[in-house]
Design a protein around this ligand. Sequence first.
Ligand code: HEC
Length: 118
Amino acid sequence: MRKYNSILIVLPVIFYLFITFSYSQDYPVRSGSIIFLEFKCNKCHSIKSQSIECSDTLFKSPSDLSSVGDSLNSEIFKDYLIKKIKLNNKKHPVAFKGKKEDLNILCNWLQNLSSVLY
Ligand code: HEC
């Protein structure tokens, strides 16, 4: 009887873990803004149009990325953020350390930050 008891507890736990794991794989709820905040990009940048403020209140001139998609596109952001290319003759101060999928989502999102509204 004791043997059965432990099986009754273990099985639902395994089932629960299996369901949670497979769902999190199928439906990744990772948006650009989440990745932006997760990688602390707001330490040096604000995005006023998305209500994202610079977290370092003492930092005098955070560059605002509200309309960064007007002049640059996703491919450029990707290369710039992994320090492959320069913009305005300078490489980005920090290299992106996350996964490639996250960089893709982040850069597509940045590209859509535009002052032009459709
Ligand atoms: C240590 C400070 C710092 C951090 C952290 C930082 N950046 Fe930057 N970023 C800069 C500086 C400095 C520039 C170049 C100056 C400028 O364009 O305002 C820049 C430029 C950029 C540009 C180009 C802006 C333009 O108009 O040319 C983008 C896009 C950008 N950063 C995105 C990001 C993203 C995404 C992250 C997080 C993964 C991030 N930055 C984290 C300091 C930082």
